[in-house]
Design a protein around this ligand. Structure first.
Ligand code: GDP
Ligand code: MG
Length: 404
């Protein structure tokens, strides 16, 4: 269990699994597969005002892609702004973090709803019943609906069938088997992000579909690295909207990290080049580069990412040293496609799963781990600067299995 936040994983468990048997989240992304192109990659579940599609064209134009950035093509007018790193002004207005009390209250509310459902479904199925074929089928359905993946669901039911068939089985027995199987799958992928000090700067490229949590995760990472005594620089590589640049600048102010930016509409790879050059000249330890996720089809998005990577390599052939893909846990099965496609084109080195605080679909991480074996470095559990947890297999397994 998390020592810093007692009870956190219990709450997380409620969020992840408690809702599973009753009703899968009505998350649109599941119906937005990456294929066939130019199908949606994934809609932003939390669109910012500028992301909301205007009435008319998006709905009426056949094939109009809404997935990335809610269907909006880049419309931002370039605004005059100086090129280069902006040191955070000493008097910067720092957006206030929501009080922790509110955060815990929100989680508690979620837990109550989840645990009610938990009592009403999983426990009802497994308490004081002999384990028979019908029970195993029900369990398999529950696990598959939890997005754990068919292989993991079958591994769990196979274990129970082998060890407990025709014997009494309790919800706790089932949860123990679930936890063990999930931990076995996640153990090999739970690997910390190691910053190799030989690279100065250590360049991290943050990629992922729009709304998946790239910019927020960059802010959280900047804070974490700064608190470890590293000097951090950020690059506002999502150049499509002024608001996206401002969002990163606010994180820069909060975390005291200079932000390299160009006016909205500028070429992202040129900005990345400048950023690596400046970070190197200043002897920064870490440079984190934000990217857009909203180009109108995935080829264009991937082309831009490839170009950014090529250009970065002109300054440092070994960079980027980490390419982190953010995945929104609420996206469900579509996350598998995102890993596949971003992995093919941009060479993902590690994953960060965000929004595990507000979903019943965190099981997808297990399916992703089993299929791709990519390192999972962090999980995002809220919007605040401190809401990034290092990923540990046993905590996650205990949480998703609802064990103390
Ligand atoms: N609840 C929750 N919200 C998050 C988390 N990470 C990001 N968000 C929110 O998700 C929305 C999109 O995040 P953003 O970082 O802008 O995504 P980007 O488009 O990939 O850069 C914002 O409203 C964030 O505050 C998380 O771990 N938990
Ligand atoms: Mg962003």
């Amino acid at each position: 269990m998390s020592e810093q936040k007692p009870g956190f994983f219990k709450r997380l468990w409620g969020e992840i699994v408690g809702e599973v048997p009753a009703q899968p989240e009505p998350a649109a992304p599941q119906t937005a597969p990456l294929d066939p192109a130019p199908e949606p990659v994934a809609p932003s579940p939390l669109p910012e005002p500028e992301d909301i599609p205007p009435p008319g064209p998006p709905e009426t134009t056949p094939g109009y892609v809404e997935a990335i950035e809610g269907g909006l093509l880049p419309t931002a007018e370039p605004t005059p702004a100086p090129v280069g790193a902006t040191e955070p002004p000493a008097t910067a207005t720092i957006a206030a973090e929501p009080p922790r009390q509110n955060w815990f209250a929100r989680l508690s509310t979620g837990l109550k709803r989840s645990s009610d459902q938990l009592t009403g479904s999983i426990t009802a199925v497994f308490t004081k019943r002999k384990l028979d074929a019908a029970t195993l089928d029900e369990l398999e359905d529950v696990l598959i609906q939890a997005d754990l993946g068919i292989e993991t669901a079958m591994a769990i039911t196979d274990t129970l069938r082998r060890d407990r068939f025709d014997r009494d089985v309790s919800g706790e027995d089932v949860r123990a088997v679930l936890a063990a199987e999930v931990e076995a799958v996640l153990g090999p992928v739970a690997r910390p992000l190691t910053l190799d000090g030989a690279h100065k700067p250590f360049v991290i490229l943050m990629i992922g579909v729009n709304g998946s949590g790239k910019t927020t995760t960059i802010g959280k990472l900047a804070q974490k690295f700064a608190s470890e005594g590293r000097s951090v620089m950020l690059a506002a590589g999502d150049t499509f909207r002024a608001a996206a640049i401002e969002q990163l600048q606010i994180w820069g102010q909060r975390t005291n990290a200079p932000v390299v930016s160009r006016p909205a509409g500028a070429d992202a790879s040129g900005l990345a080049f400048d950023a690596v050059t400046q970070a190197r000249a200043q002897g920064r330890d870490v440079l984190i580069i934000d990217t857009a996720g909203r180009l109108q089809n995935r080829d264009e998005l991937m082309d831009e990412l490839e170009k950014i990577i090529r250009v970065i390599k002109k300054v440092d052939p070994s960079a980027p040293h980490a390419t982190l893909l953010t995945l929104d846990a609420t996206t469900g099965q579509n996350a598998l496609r995102q890993v596949e496609i971003f992995g093919q084109r941009a060479g993902v080195t590690g994953l960060v799963m965000t929004k595990l605080d507000g979903t019943a679909r965190g099981g997808i991480l297990v399916a992703i781990a089993r299929k791709f074996g990519l390192p999972v470095h962090f999980i995002g559990v809220g919007e605040g600067v401190g809401d990034l947890e290092a990923f540990t297999a046993s905590d996650f397994a205990q949480a998703i299995a609802g064990r103390q």
